[in-house]
Design a binder for this molecule. Sequence first.
Ligand code: HEM
Length: 434
Amino acid sequence: MLLRVCERVAIVVSSAEAVREIYKGNEALFSERLSSPGIDEISRHGQGIVFAPYGDHWRLLRRILVMELLSARRVEVFRHIREEEAARLVWSVQAASSPSGGGLVNINELLDEFMTDSVVRAIFGDKLPDRAAFLRTVRQGVQLSSLFDLRDLFPSSRLVRLLPRRGGKAERQRLEAFRLMDNILKAHEERRVARDEDHEQDLVDVLLSIQREGAMRVSLTDGVIRAVLLDVFGAALDTTTTLLQWAMAELMANRRVMLRVQSETRSVLTGQSTIQDSALKDMNYLKAVIKETLRLHPPASFFTRVCLQNCKIHGYDIPRGATVLTNIWAVSRDPKYWDEPEMFRPERFEGDGDVDFRGMDFEFTPFGVGRRICPGIDFAHTSIEMALASLLYHFDWDLPKGFEPDKIDMTEVFGATLNRKADLFLRPIPYVPL
Ligand code: HEM
């Protein structure tokens, strides 16, 4: 589908065949991200990674992310954070479900706290200065990056560039985010100089040590470190939280699946009072539940690239400079690739040779594909598995009295991530105490 929006030309890709043709044969031509004066402002002028132009700066940051910051080894180092935060989640559910609160918990809120604490601890450590202001500012940045302003729609117009910018909101957001990041970098440096033994290494420390030692033969400025950390944090937070919230909603709406995944969790963990990361590898049905949630409710409903050269895809001419929008949501609900696509059926992901999300199966691309595929897959997946396994092992779950599973509100709210419109209130019944 071709869309013309003012000066912009956008091609919407909604079939697995077209995704394959673009990202298998012609990927180098489609690895650029969208740019515009508005996006440049929010993306700190390409210093970060998410909107970095496809070139040396992006390649360098990508290498640091894949080999250091979000590598499998680093995700393993954060195991104790996941285990501790999951235990805290179980305590919070227990505490919030007291009879004085009517026995109901707002599970969306508790999952949000779990994910925020896990991501903050891994990236910034235990002591985040101005935590509330920082979270507010990052969320505002993510929201602003999904909006258009006139400069995005008329990038070549000098007149439009002279108009007042989004009420200066983006600029204020950027300055505030940088001020707060400077405090974070300063606090880390002070702890290093004071040789604070209690401080565990987080991602800020990793980047600062690469900067100090010139490791990986790169030189990083403070500006780049600030921008990259803000990008990684913004990319990690709402995507993972939203997915967890959808998974719980689907399990409540599909009792058969809930009983099966609970039974798997409980048989793998028999006799244990807390969950260790190592037990998750045996929970295959849980993994299928997560995949099925990613299929029906991909947190990023599309990803965007720009075509660098005139070319032909699937018989259609794609002009240089066109924005190419891959509609993850539509492809993963297309009856051409999926039986009964509207049904929540994790079984479709069971068995040998099942479809995976690592960019090789073009009908299922919740993390994107190719060179710019999400580098946070392992980080996201391990945290999501841990939280779900904990909730399913320690509790049985009921809907509020008189509320039927088919009445659960599944309305999506479109934005930077595909969020749930309604909070989900549930009654936890303790099964295995911590
Ligand atoms: C369920 C969770 C997540 C989903 C569904 C998701 C999805 C995506 C998608 C669709 C893209 C665009 C890929 C493309 O253009 O091909 C992306 C990019 C990215 N994601 Fe994720 N993501 C998730 C979690 C995370 C986490 C936990 C982190 C970091 C800890 C992260 C960091 C990034 C970064 C840095 C990029 C930009 C990569 C680049 O441009 O080279 N994401 N993600």
